[in-house]
Design a protein. Sequence first.
Lengths: 180, 189
Amino acid sequence: MSGSAQTLLHLLWVFSQLSVLGFGGGKGIIPQMHADAVSRYHWVTSEQFTQFYTLGKLVPGPTTIFAALVGYAATPQRPYLGAAVATLGMFVPSSAIMVGFDVLWTRFQDSPWRAILSHGLAPAIVGLVWSSVWTIARGAPSSVVAYVVTAVVTLLMLRTKVSAPLLILLAGGVGVVALR
Amino acid sequence: MSADGALEAPRPSLFSIALAFAAISSTAFGGGQKASIRQQVLSRGWMDTERFMDGLEIAQVLPGPNILNLAIYCGQRVRGIPGAIAAFLGASVPPFAIVLIAGALYFKFSSNPFVHGALRGCAAGALGLTIGNALELSWDERSDWIRIALLAVTALTVTYLKMPLLLVLIVFGGLGIAHEYRRWRKAPK
């Protein structure tokens, strides 16, 4: 099997697993995605991973669409194919579960298990989000200016209604001037 | 078609379903998307508020992006599985195309020092958003120290011991569910 075909299979396998395990809107999968895409398969560097994640937050639609960029980088000979395979892996399995579960969920309409499952999973998901902070920080710039930008964006996000993409763009504006 | 929950009158074409979600997925960001979907679906009379809120709950619990799951739920309610597929395509194809354009530009220009600086700034900003998100989510857990402990142990184990996601969900997700179950059994009914 050619290296490229093997990479495509790995992409499909890695992102399908992340798709199925992406509880809580996929917020918790970032550390595992980094472990696979950076440490295990070396498809991207930590810095690229963080920047792709950033682009995922910057464009409309789900953040995890940045899987497409990991696929793009992983298959330099056929970037669009790699992007498509990674995206299919990321979105199709969870969507199939959604379609299949719909009927089941209606049947358990008044079951206490609905709330027990969703509330019960939350602490683990939030813990994974904290770990994602560390994952993303590994590829973010480390300088006083960068730390200040991060702190200010955190505050603005919590205290104002400025939208997420606008905050990222403002941070980018600071970067053009001070983080070259 | 899955008639339950859909209002009687409208039976939108698959194309109009795909188009409705494509319009939302190519323009709306983050939490704004849920509001856009709600507004579209209710104003078109595809379902009532109660059905929509049901869908939102399922979409948030099951794996996958909330927006995509919600779109699939709505498509499935009005036109069955073909409707779900139309909604899936509408909700995923435009973001895919847009992120590819962003990616192509990235690989072309990221070595330019100004673009590189902008990207680094954007990354610092995205890190701030992630921290803000983590703080908000943690604040919701503040009333129960067991949940806070579970959250902290999960974060540390994943960060420092690199525990695989599947194991995290089984162990810490399982403990959280067991804790929640115990609380539910003890609660006066």
